[in-house]
Design a protein. Structure first.
Length: 437
């Protein structure tokens, strides 16, 4: 078990947050609310939302120069490191930064392979008898095409590696599936992530996200969320990193949640332990609720983005207490409280997203929207221009999150805030939380 530094058991501690998107802004906001926070340091101060809450890290942040970050952590007396995105987890930041003085919230590199290598994840699921779609793995383009053409129904085509949440293509025809294989393996649209592809049977049913916090032996299942991956209303258009989410979803009954915990979450943690891998951090199961029961589409090894935003909006407990308990293996000793009100998160995206997002576009109305009751305006792809104006700096620009007594009220508040925020080419879905709330 990872030792808990004495100063982290109680009292104020310094925290380092790694990552710079909307998920990390939501985490930074909740960390900043903790009476236990000493100084919050951040690796991505170019995010204006995070910058307003933190002190920037003044050394290079790279796995190749990880010793620089190790020295910074020691110098600044940082007791807790919180890793937001998948890339640093798969590069082994948790392995390198955890020691007898510093805890790291986030799984080690071997465990992070559940997200970083979809082929390995399929192998682990099969070994643990976890319900999931039938799949084949290919590293040869011709063999992959031959297999696709042998299918009666168009399969789902996935890049096996990390592709920023966009490496999944759900084709309408077999010819489109063949084209998807070529885009990944020959055109390299997803870089090295598509050198190996997973070709998977297409499942039907509502899609849900179930996240749990795991401390190595215990797990805390979080309120279930529902993500909206497609760009356009009615789940049309290309897959994106996520256009919005709401929490909780009523799609899942208590019985189904218990089934997911018993047939998916516990077995994968046990399977990892059999491999000598102890999992600490967030375990995210993306599931399809099929006629045959819940089946795993994918595992992620961190908070979802944008699922993290409504989760953090609803969390009433101290986030530092929760993270320290996870790192020290004492999750079963704390109670976690949630706001009874539902939360809805709507993503505002740039013109051209997801293919060629337009950046450098001035954004107006941010302060007005953030001042609205029970609304959080979380920065994802923004930066502050030299003249002080906040402008677009990525595809998903803002995560506008609101609480309400009902899901309909949460939606109305979120969309009212979205209407207050103005930038040229702004695009968003109008149906987040419309079903299942």
């Amino acid at each position: 078990m990872t030792p808990t530094p004495g100063r982290a058991r109680s009292g104020k501690i310094n925290v380092l947050l790694i990552g710079g998107g909307g998920r990390e802004h939501a985490l930074a906001l909740k960390l900043a609310q903790s009476p236990r926070l000493g100084t919050l340091y951040a690796t991505h101060p170019e995010n204006p939302g995070i910058a307003a809450l933190s002190t920037p890290v003044d050394v290079p942040v790279s796995i190749r120069e990880i010793y620089r970050l190790q020295q910074f952590i020691a110098k600044k007396d940082i007791s807790l490191v919180v890793i937001g995105p998948e890339d640093p987890l798969n590069e082994g930041y948790a392995d390198k930064l955890a020691d007898e003085h510093t805890m790291v919230f986030g799984p080690v590199r071997q465990a992070a392979q559940l997200e970083g290598d979809k082929a390995w994840a399929k192998h682990m699921m099969k070994a643990a008898s976890i319900p999931t779609a039938e799949a084949r793995v290919f590293t040869d383009h011709a063999q992959a095409v031959e297999y696709v053409r042998s299918r009666q129904q168009p399969p789902v085509v996935k890049a096996a590696g990390l592709a920023k949440g966009k490496g999944v293509i759900v084709p309408a025809t077999v010819d489109e599936a063949v084209d998807a294989v070529g885009r990944m393996m020959l055109k390299r649209e997803f870089g090295d992530a598509g050198l190996k592809v997973v070709i998977e049977e297409r499942l039907a049913g509502p899609e849900v996200s179930v996240l749990a916090i795991v401390d190595g032996k215990s797990l805390l299942v979080l309120p279930p969320c529902q993500d909206h991956k497609r760009l356009l209303d009615g789940d049309k258009g290309p897959n994106t990193g996520g256009m919005g989410a709401f929490c909780p979803t009523t799609t899942l009954s208590e019985a189904t949640m218990a089934q997911i915990e018993g047939e998916v979450l516990v077995p994968i943690i046990d399977a990892l332990r059999r491999e000598g891998i102890e999992y600490r951090g967030v375990l995210y199961a993306g599931l399809m609720l099929t006629h045959a029961g819940p089946k795993v589409l994918e595992f992620n090894t961190r908070f979802g983005d944008p699922e993290c935003q409504p989760l953090m909006a609803r969390l009433r407990s101290d986030l530092i207490d929760l993270l320290v308990a996870t790192c020290s293996g004492t999750l079963d000793q704390i109670e976690v409280a949630w706001d009874a009100r539902p939360a809805c998160c709507v993503v505002l995206a740039s013109e051209g997203y997801p293919d060629k997002p337009k950046t450098g576009v001035p954004i107006m109305g941010l302060e007005e929207a953030a001042a609205m009751p029970d609304v959080q305006v979380l920065h994802a792809g923004t930066r502050r221009a030299p003249n002080g104006q906040i402008v677009t700096a990525g595809g998903r620009v803002l995560s506008v999150t609101a609480l309400g007594d009902t899901m309909e009220e949460a939606r109305k508040r979120a969309y009212a805030a979205c209407d207050t925020i103005v930038f040229a080419g702004k695009q968003f879905r109008s149906d987040i939380g419309l079903k299942g709330g």
